[in-house]
Design a binder for this molecule. Structure first.
Ligand SMILES: [Zn+2]
Length: 424
């Protein structure tokens, strides 16, 4: 019997469709692929986790997990801002509310479906370069599924690598010593991928990450039978914005959620605001990158340094610019002071701790309201992408990840015959 096709990947530039897992169209390197699902109707399953949305996740099956999107009406923050219909998507850990992202951020929404998808496609090894949240989420997902994962991290960032469970032996950590920054970690990841034929998690090009992130909009639709009019999120790469837009397109196709797409409000943290600068100046491309040392300096002054991204998928077909265009989107730059103030306001009004990027999102929402880009009676979804770390540390035993290999400079792996030898 012929197996029913769950989904295909479609190039957003030439329209070519693919059945295998891939990050690029054979012909168009400047375009994203998007998942086209066989089922066009919005359906939810009985699962109490992210896999409730598996008809619109590239993994056709799920696994046992408590990770999933959590949406509720705001209690105090909306009132303080004069917004009557503010909803919060809380993608951290807050058990009383049903938010059970165990590593504390929305990266759990990316890692769980990605690793499930890879498992179904027969991919068992991945390599990723990360400064924290992503590594924790993938480290957790791989520990749970016992899949091989190689995390590359600059030594200064090692302290951010912890898991709320015992790490599986399949999770390996390579630490880059001395002045190695995130860019160096990415370069090394690429080298390992190429030499040992290991899959990368794929960043914005990985459809499982985007469709996993988009589940906050789907959860909003499940609970309210509607789409938000405005979607607010702090961004580094902007992939969360693309994901929200793509989820909304699928809901629109269903026909029961109206024609209007949520307007994207994407918030960046000064001084690292490439997307904001490009969008505000109506530029088709990002500003020319600063020198490495200038960029490092900028990152050091940021409040939410995980939002620093030098190569966001802005100008790609189907990327951030196209998502902003299609939704009449807005961008914002918020300072450290804005974010600190908004953080304490949010935490006081809603009664939960949030992380730095979420504080930036709150500050961006305040700007949008002050500039009348969002009216008091409109339906708003504010994505709090991480929070509740204090509760995670209280509720779980925290395990710090230890280096399996420490590397200095630009290593030569030519004598190694296999990926496994990296750790022998
Ligand atoms: Zn193409």
């Amino acid at each position: 019997m012929k197996q029913k096709i769950h989904s295909v990947l479609k190039c957003l530039k030439c329209g070519r469709e693919y059945n295998d897992h891939r990050l690029f169209c054979d012909d168009c390197k400047d375009a994203l692929l998007r998942t086209e699902y066989a089922v066009k109707e919005f359906r939810t399953g009985k699962e109490k986790n992210i896999f409730r949305f598996k008809t619109w996740l590239p993994a056709s099956e799920g696994h046992d997990t408590r990770i999933g999107p959590c949406v509720f009406p705001s209690e105090g923050f909306g009132r303080a801002l004069g917004l009557k219909k503010l909803h919060i998507a809380f993608s951290g850990y807050w058990p009383e509310r049903g938010a059970l992202n165990i590593t504390g951020t929305f990266k759990d929404h990316e890692a769980a479906p990605t690793m499930e998808y890879f498992r179904e496609k027969g991919i068992h090894d991945i390599v990723l370069s990360s400064v924290g949240n992503t590594a924790r989420a993938f480290g957790y997902a791989c520990s749970k599924l016992n899949m091989n994962c190689c995390i590359i991290v600059p030594d200064k960032m090692l302290e951010r690598l912890w898991l709320p469970c015992k790490p599986s032996a399949s999770v390996k950590v390579i630490v880059l010593q001395d002045s190695c920054d995130y860019a160096a970690a990415i370069k090394l990841g690429e080298k390992i991928r190429a030499q040992f034929n290991v899959m990368t998690e794929g960043g914005a090009r990985n459809v499982a990450r985007r469709d996993g992130m988009g589940t906050t909009v789907l959860e909003f639709a499940r609970l309210t039978a509607d789409m938000p009019e405005h979607y607010v999120q702090a961004i580094g790469s902007g992939t969360g914005g693309i994901a929200a837009y793509e989820a909304a397109i699928r809901l629109r196709q269903d026909g029961r959620f109206g024609e209007r797409l949520p307007c994207l409000h994407l918030v960046q943290n000064s001084p690292f605001t490439l997307i904001h600068e490009a969008w505000q100046s109506h530029s088709e491309t990002l500003p020319k990158p600063a020198s490495n040392s200038e960029e490092m300096q900028k990152v050091q002054t940021m409040y939410a340094d995980v939002l620093a991204n030098t190569t966001p998928p802005y100008a790609l077909v189907g990327g951030v610019r196209d998502s902003l265009k299609a939704t009449h989107g807005q961008t914002y730059a918020v300072t450290r002071e804005d974010a600190v103030k908004a953080k304490s306001e949010f935490e006081r009004k809603e009664g939960v701790s949030i992380n730095e990027p979420s504080a930036c999102a709150c500050a961006g929402l305040k700007q949008a309201v002050a500039a009348k880009k969002i009216r008091p009676d409109q339906i708003v979804l504010l994505h709090i992408t991480g929070g509740g770390y204090d509760r995670i540390h209280h509720d779980f035993k925290i395990h710090r990840l230890k280096p399996d290999r420490i590397i200095e400079g630009n290593p030569d792996f030519s004598s190694l015959r296999s990926y496994e030898q990296l750790f022998n």
